[in-house]
Design a protein around this ligand. Structure first.
Ligand SMILES: *Cc1c(COP(=O)(O)O)cnc(C)c1O
Length: 366
């Protein structure tokens, strides 16, 4: 194994072939070569999104992509529902609020999934809900929300658009935009897709493109319509993060070679292995087992320890980098990422290292 076992929830390690691809020199983003690259990448991403009308690669992080989604399909004063299941759900609510929307935030306790019944109740108590914003995989708690069922509820009770944060699920677990009726799905390069950070990958359906075209709210850099036209011509509206495109092209080739369904099965198996390993250490798993994430696992440490201390020891003594809890989970919680370029060896190493650190820490505390 390489010297550091990077088990945070993103950015994730790069496969050697992706690192090699990053060494390529720059090209013009208005050239035939770049056109072929854009076409390959956009076609390569389509299976991950499950039939979007278009895939729009904006040069920005995932949060920029979420803001882009909101300002394209919604305008100030409109009513939205935000299904919040943790830190990233709250961020979605903040983005909606900053865009001048009227927001109804439906919060689930951390560790629990968004409940379809809560969403139904929210839809029934408000009139003219323009959109429902939700997080597919809540990275702060390690919960995979039941996106298909939540979409069903939206479409049964309203004409609202569905805007989904698929940042930490895209490429690791199915997202079926067409089947489920997801109008905008915002992903990134640097999590399950094994490429460097730098691009928000936004899957958009026709309803979202129409909503953006009809939206009087002005956008410039983040305009969906102009980006969709540019992508159809094999380019982007402005100078993109070209090296990230190189990396993504190679990582998508790797995924195609392994096969999308094999990649998703690997994520499921590693997540299960991680949870079983942690359970055998006697630490508490925080996600509702029925909705445990395929890409990140959250755990509560014994009271005799603190998350920052354990995290530091894992890094210093075992070269294992894990993520701490977010928000109110900072002191007691650790999160282990298992998405992208990762196998059983790395997951086992992280669990073993945690076991070793905990044995020492708990003994000291006695
Ligand atoms: C990582 C993450 C984000 C933020 O992505 P950035 O690229 O850091 O802006 C948003 N939502 C979820 C669910 C994430 O896991």
């Amino acid at each position: 194994m390489s010297s550091v076992n990077l088990r945070i929830s993103g950015p994730t390690p790069l496969p050697p072939r992706v690192r090699e691809a990053l060494r390529q020199d720059m090209v013009s983003h208005r050239s035939g070569g770049f056109r072929a690259l854009v076409e390959e990448v956009v076609a390569g991403l389509a299976p991950a999104f499950g039939g979007p009308a278009a895939v729009l690669p904006f040069t920005c992080s995932g949060t920029g992509g979420l803001e882009a989604a909101v300002v394209n399909v919604l305008r100030p004063g409109q009513q939205v529902i935000v299904m919040s299941t943790g830190y990233f759900g709250r961020r979605l609510a903040e983005i909606a609020e900053s865009a001048g929307l009227r927001i109804d935030v439906v919060e689930s306790p951390w560790g629990k999934a968004a409940a379809p019944d809560d969403l139904r109740a929210a839809l029934c108590r408000s009139i003219d809900v323009a959109a429902v914003l939700l997080t597919h995989n809540e990275t702060s708690t390690g919960v995979l929300n039941p996106l298909a069922q939540l979409c069903d509820v939206v479409h049964q009770h309203s004409n609202a658009l569905v805007v989904a944060d698929v940042v930490s699920s895209l490429g690791a677990t199915p997202v079926r935009m067409a089947d489920w009726g997801v109008d905008v799905a915002v992903g990134v390069t640097q999590k399950a897709l094994m490429a460097p950070p730098g691009l928000a990958l936004i899957g958009v359906g026709q309803r979202a493109l129409d909503a953006a075209a009809a939206n009087p709210r002005r956008r410039y850099y983040f305009d969906f319509g102009r980006m969709a036209e540019a992508v159809a011509e094999g380019t982007t509206t402005y100078t993109p993060a070209i090296p990230v495109f190189y990396g993504l092209q190679e990582s998508l080739r790797l995924i195609a070679e392994e096969g999308w369904s094999a990649v998703m099965a690997r994520h499921q198996a590693l997540a299960q292995m991680c949870r079983a390993g942690l359970a055998s250490l006697g630490v508490e798993l925080l996600a509702d087992p029925a909705h445990a994430s395929p890409t990140v696992t959250s755990l509560a440490l014994p009271c005799a320890t603190s998350a920052p201390v354990v995290r530091e020891k894992l890094a210093a003594e075992h070269n294992v980098l894990v993520a701490s809890g977010r928000g109110c989970w900072k002191e007691r919680v650790l999160r282990i990422g298992h998405m992208g370029h990762v196998g059983a060896e790395e997951v086992a190493d992280a669990v073993d290292a945690l076991g070793a650190v905990l044995r020492k820490e708990v003994r000291h505390a006695r």
